[in-house]
Design a protein around this ligand. Structure first.
Ligand code: PMP
Length: 367
């Protein structure tokens, strides 16, 4: 058995994989695969509508918001949102809290002015900036709620009258949010929603009033809203598997119940990192992410050996992002707490093994 701690695409529930595999062979007993039916069929329309309903009910999306399914990943949203909302002469306010928020800033610069109102780059993004002001004349305020690579998470943002846009790619559906606190939320699907290929956008309809006319169709949120996300062929299979996954989450008790589990999983792992004499956490304790836990070993030369040891226990996907090094353990919704227990035990066993080696070496020297 594998314990999949990968950062995304990531673990999906076994039940969802089984159902998806069945639908690849024969979708709902119609004698055709989900991969070979038109998105214009009543069968697929039922899928997209149910997926939207599940998003609405699981997140409590207010009626005056649209639920859109787009392609191009969260990275396309970096430029698309600026294309829609950063009109000439306007400036947008960005929080620079990590690798992906910096990417969002770079893309927005193609369309207008960006005011980076705070940054944690000075300390390799190991904390989330606080105490900044959002200028009242900003076109919007953009931030990333969970910094997937650095392992920090933001559970709130300063109150502001400026429209708030949030990249929730790696923590959406992991905790209760108040959608009404945001004007636009976007998230690549490949963590807590489903397989890669689809991007979820929740958008307050009033944000789409008074947009300019010079937005190419495939980048215009209004086109997706007016065509039920089917202006062109949508990512049919990704939407279908997301529907199965959101059904699974609903059956489990929904986001509030999942949040309790996610707190338990991350607490268990952080407690071991703090207790174990070999490891230390990388992010500021008050900003620690529940989804992506980053840590290193005091003796970096031991990291390859620990990785091998972990692999021998069925643990996969814990190597840190190439520029960050160390370890990054992702604890997305589908990962059971029993997998975290296996990882914690591996950290304890590795520590004990080293201690025993040290003692026997000391004994040998004494003899
Ligand atoms: N934002 C965040 C927070 C992410 O974690 C990622 C990818 N892991 C992205 C944006 C980019 O997403 P995509 O690969 O779907 O473009």
């Amino acid at each position: 058995m594998k314990h999949n701690f990968g950062a995304g695409p990531c673990i999906l529930p076994a039940k969802v994989l089984d159902q998806a595999a069945d639908a690849v062979r024969d979708f709902n007993g119609i004698g055709l695969s989900i991969l070979e039916i038109s998105h214009r069929t009543p069968e697929f329309e039922a899928v997209i509508n149910e997926t939207q309903d599940l998003v609405r009910s699981l997140l409590g999306v207010p009626a005056d918001y649209s639920v859109l399914f787009l392609q191009g990943g969260a990275s396309t949203q970096f430029s698309m949102l600026a294309m829609n909302f950063l009109q000439q002469g306007k400036k947008a306010a960005y929080l620079d809290s990590g690798f992906f928020s910096l990417k969002a800033i770079k893309e927005a610069l193609f369309f207008g002015e960006v005011n980076v109102i705070a940054s944690s780059k000075d300390k390799k993004y190991d904390y989330v900036p606080v105490g900044y002001q959002i200028p009242a004349d900003a076109a919007y305020f953009h931030y990333c709620s969970n910094n997937t690579i650095e392992g920090t998470e933001m559970f709130s943002h300063p109150a502001t009258a400026v429209p708030v846009i949030c990249d929730m790619s790696s923590d959406i559906f992991s905790r209760v949010i108040n959608v009404a606190d945001f004007d636009l939320i976007y998230a690549g699907a490949q963590k807590n929603m489903g397989p890669a290929g689809m991007t979820l956008v929740l958008i307050k309809n009033s944000l789409l009033e008074n947009l300019g006319d010079e937005i190419a169709s495939m980048s215009d949120y209004r086109i997706y809203r007016d065509n039920n996300s089917m202006f062109n062929t949508p990512p049919v299979f990704s939407i279908y598997v997301a529907m199965l996954n959101l059904r699974w989450l609903k059956e489990k008790g929904g986001v509030a119940k999942q949040e309790i589990e996610n707190i338990a999983k991350s607490t268990l792992l952080y407690q071991e990192i703090d207790r174990n004499t070999l490891f230390y956490g990388l992010s500021n304790p008050v900003d620690r992410s529940r989804m992506n836990v980053t840590f290193k070993m005091y003796d970096q030369e031991l990291e390859a050996a620990f990785l091998d040891f972990a692999v021998s226990n069925g643990i996969v996907g814990i190597k840190g992002f190439p520029t960050a090094g160390g370890f990054r353990v992702s604890l997305y919704n589908a990962l059971p707490i029993s997998s975290v227990e296996v990882l914690v035990k591996s950290m304890q066993d590795f520590e004990a093994k080293l201690l025993n080696q040290k003692v026997s070496l000391e004994n040998k020297v004494r003899v």
